[in-house]
Design a protein around this ligand. Sequence first.
Ligand SMILES: [Zn+2]
Length: 246
Amino acid sequence: MKRIYCGLLALGLALGASGCGQVRQPEAVETVGEAQVEAEKPKYVALTFDDGPRYNTTGPLLDGLAKRGVVATFFVIGRQVEGNEDLICRMAADGHQIGNHTYSHVALQDLDPDAVVEEIQKTEVVLEHLVGEREFWLRPPYGLIDSSRAALVDTPMVYWTVDPEDWRILDSDRVAEAVVSKVESGDVVLLHDFYPTSVEAALEIVDRLAAEGYTFVTVEQLFRINGVAPQAGVLYASPEKTRKIS
Ligand SMILES: [Zn+2]
């Protein structure tokens, strides 16, 4: 039987040691959000975070999302997991979707096929050790992958529909405004839990969109809500839109 690290940590917790809590397996659609506006069509948005986990930023983000009862999707870099295992456990326990952002954040289209598979699988092994076997959807770094390498990917791939360029702007109010002014129901928003300004922006986005009646879901949940069965090796901008790859 495979041992799941997060479960062992939970056991440690029961015995008085420190560690993270119980791991929640992915579930059917949950509606998580703050405000519901009457007589309006439900509005859904998936916030996604790349380039973590990073202790000083991902931790406060998870705190803020938990406080608001909101779930999101984290595309994590495999090599950054070591030393941040508790953050991965918390993501799972809080119902967030965990995705794969390769092991060392490389542009996959520049790699040999063997190296592409290695970048993906190494991260899967690290994550499975922590949260158990499940599908870790891939976000290719920089959103870049070509069709021959995409054929090697055995999970769905996720691009985005709203990109506020938070890594460049580094101003929480401007990032939040860029998202809130553009977002529509069904969007997938790209953010990076690597920058304190992006964490602040994300929580501001949650508060403002919740007040507009939005419900926050994981990418996987967004597909289910839209009745779209995601296919392996396809790069989706959202359930409704695929990103063309050459
Ligand atoms: Zn990235």
